[in-house]
Ligand binder design. Structure first.
Ligand SMILES: NC(=O)c1ccc[n+]([C@@H]2O[C@H](COP(=O)([O-])OP(=O)(O)OC[C@H]3O[C@@H](n4cnc5c(N)ncnc54)[C@H](OP(=O)(O)O)[C@@H]3O)[C@@H](O)[C@H]2O)c1
Length: 337
């Protein structure tokens, strides 16, 4: 079978190459999937560039890609919940990364049944961004009906899903985007859209219940300027906090460094009697099944920007790397080239 691999750390053209590989066999708790579509995410680029080396050492070459939609081919001896022929989707676990391949084995607990009303390309757009926003907004921030949430970068892969999820939970959604995308994010359900090319959200907002920080850096610190006292900032691109670091099993030395680096953000939080957590999303088939129902009932719609054939995967990564995607970038393994 054909698989796209990271062969060395670096940029897209020097790191990624198609290689031939054997079709893997599922272990007892695993499922072998024939992949129809995959989606790509900024984390794939970060791993490719070697930016995650300190957290996890890889033996190159390794596969790339964490989202898939496809068909069950075979199941391990301990798997009873899936049968060959069933259509499934997943954000695979970090031990199974490599969805840009014709076949992949996946931990059965990371799978969910694909919503029947969605194509494989649409289904593949959901798992990583869906689970991230569910874990950040619902599980960690505990977003409630009627609360005001600021979602930065509403037109991105994360933002376009998060706007719809927050609306589904009854929140009042404020988002930031560039001029060209203002009407588009309003149609996704945002109640208030701030065009960051023309206006500064810091001048317009106050008393926000929850800030979803998808941009990091100065945006993390500035979140507290628009937050109400006792509000919650949940970041997916900001500064790792000591509690999350401990939950991730990061060693004592790195936790000390994280403690120092997070001090200014935690001080801002303390001054405002606020909550701050960084969320590192986890693969979770049960939560994906819950999300699946929202897509099946058309409460949330998948947002696919571009679909590339497998052979054009490097062009797909270049587009993602532009940071201008409107929704998700998908790779179809069905297109025959
Ligand atoms: N911690 C985790 O587990 C986790 C999980 C998933 C993602 N993430 C992180 O979350 C971030 C977002 O991911 P993504 O998949 O949404 O990325 P993405 O799809 O590449 O984001 C692109 C979007 O960002 C918007 N954007 C860029 N700069 C902006 C700004 N200053 N203000 C408002 N919008 C801006 C762009 O809109 P315009 O063209 O209109 O500017 C574009 O639509 C990434 O840093 C990613 O690494 C973390």
């Amino acid at each position: 079978m054909k698989a796209l691999k990271i062969t060395q750390y670096g940029d897209i053209d020097s790191s990624l190459a198609f290689q031939e590989a054997n079709v893997p066999e599922p272990g007892a708790s695993e499922v072998l999937i024939k992949i129809n579509a995959a989606s790509i995410n900024p984390i794939d680029l970060m791993v490719m560039r070697g930016e995650m080396k300190a957290l996890k050492k890889l033996n190159l070459p390794v596969g790339i890609g964490r989202d898939l939609s496809g068909e069950v081919v075979a199941v391990g001896s301990g798997v009873s919940q899936y049968q060959p022929g069933e259509e499934v989707f997943a954000r695979v676990g970090e031990d199974h990364v490599g969805t840009l391949a014709q076949y992949l084995v996946v931990d059965a607990t990371h799978l969910a049944k694909k919503p029947e009303n969605l194509s494989h390309e649409e289904a593949a757009s959901i798992p990583l961004v869906g689970l991230t926003s569910y874990q950040a907004l619902i599980q960690v921030a505990g977003l409630k009906k009627g609360e005001k949430v600021l979602i930065h970068a509403g037109s991105g892969g994360i933002g376009s899903m998060a706007i719809q999820l927050a609306k589904a939970y009854g929140a009042y959604v404020i988002t930031t985007t560039s001029s060209a995308n203002v009407d588009w994010v309003r149609k996704l359900g945002a109640d208030q859209v701030i065009d960051y090319k023309k206006e500064n959200y810091l001048d317009l907002l106050s008393d926000i219940d929850v800030v979803y920080d998808t941009l990091g850096q100065q945006y993390t610190m500035d979140a507290f300027k628009v937050l109400k006292r006792g509000g919650r900032v949940v970041s997916i691109a900001g500064v790792l906090d000591p509690l999350t670091a401990r939950e991730l099993g990061i060693n004592w030395f790195f936790r000390k460094l994280i403690g120092l680096k997070s001090r200014p953000v935690l001080k801002q939080a303390k001054d405002k009697n606020a909550f701050y957590r960084m969320v590192i999303m986890q693969a979770n088939g049960d939560q994906l099944s819950e999300l699946s129902a929202l897509y099946r009932d058309k409460i949330i719609s998948p947002v696919v920007d571009k679909v590339y054939p497998f052979s054009q995967s490097l062009a797909a990564f270049s587009y993602l790397n532009s940071k201008r995607a409107k929704g998700k970038v998908i790779i179809s393994l069905n297109s025959g080239d």
